[in-house]
Write a protein that binds this ligand. Structure first.
Ligand code: PGA
Length: 248
């Protein structure tokens, strides 16, 4: 019922020409993928990567979006600007943005609503820190994010949630299959309660945090996990392709 979705998050890696090289190597490796495949690239790479993706099923995503339609926001990019370039997905509220760029639950919510209004599919990141997990606060932290980040969304099947425990991002320390499954199950249950009647049953929830060719099969076999948001392993075509082809 929920089509799995594997998305690469290049972060601040790859110039436009490097990005083109990467997707050119990737295209033949993922042509038979059964899941949805997305690459979320730096803004400046979008035009070149878009062109390179022609004729493939790989979809294009960005890594952030401003919430205003237009105006005096120097350095920012609006949802309509992304849309015009054929961008379909946009990561919102990644923990690195929350940590380094002052992203809050309020701005995550505003960006998400703006992306939806422009017809983009937001990939909204939530997750707890190591301190919070060890202090037994995971469910409390996630519940607060759930209530604030998704407020006002009419149809939640139009978004993707990425559950990314902060302690697992870029650390090589993945959540166990069971940990990830249990926490994603909690998120789904909680959202069904808070957002009853808003199509939560059809909303996809990814796992993110050091997902790679070695651990992807086990994670993707879990019933609650609908996909992955892949950082480091999305920067090498064979590695990303191995995650995309987890079912082969
Ligand atoms: P990672 O990053 O796969 O390198 O841990 C995941 C992410 O930050 O989305």
């Amino acid at each position: 019922m929920r089509k799995p979705i594997i998305a690469g998050n290049w972060k601040m890696n790859n110039t436009a020409s490097e990005g083109v090289e990467l997707v050119n190597a990737l295209k033949p490796l993922v042509k038979d993928a059964k899941c949805e495949v997305v690459v979320c690239v730096p803004f400046i790479d979008i035009p070149a990567v878009k062109k390179a993706l022609r004729g493939s099923k790989i979809k294009l995503g960005a890594q952030n979006v401003h919430f205003a339609e237009k105006g005096a926001y120097t350095g920012e990019i609006s949802a309509n600007m992304l849309k015009e370039y054929g961008v379909q997905y946009v990561i919102i509220g990644h923990s690195e943005r929350r940590q380094y760029f002052g992203e809050t639950d309020e701005t995550v919510n505003k960006r998400t609503l703006a992306a939806l209004a422009a017809g983009l599919t937001p990939i909204v990141c939530i997750g707890e820190s190591l301190e919070e997990r060890e202090g037994g606060l995971t469910e409390k932290v996630l519940s607060a994010q759930i209530e604030k980040d998704f407020a006002g969304i009419e149809d939640l099947s139009k978004i993707v949630v990425a559950y990314e425990p902060i302690w697992a991002i870029g650390t090589g320390r993945t959540a166990t299959d069971e940990q990830a499954n249990e926490t994603i199950g909690f998120i789904r249950k909680r959202m069904k309660k808070v957002y009853a009647g808003k199509n939560v049953g059809r909303m996809r929830i990814q796992y993110g945090g050091s997902m790679n060719p070695k651990n992807c099969k086990g994670l993707m076999a879990q019933p609650e996990i609908d996909g992955g948001l892949i950082g480091g392993a999305s920067l090498k075509a064979p590695d990303f392709a191995a995650v995309v082809n987890y079912d082969k």
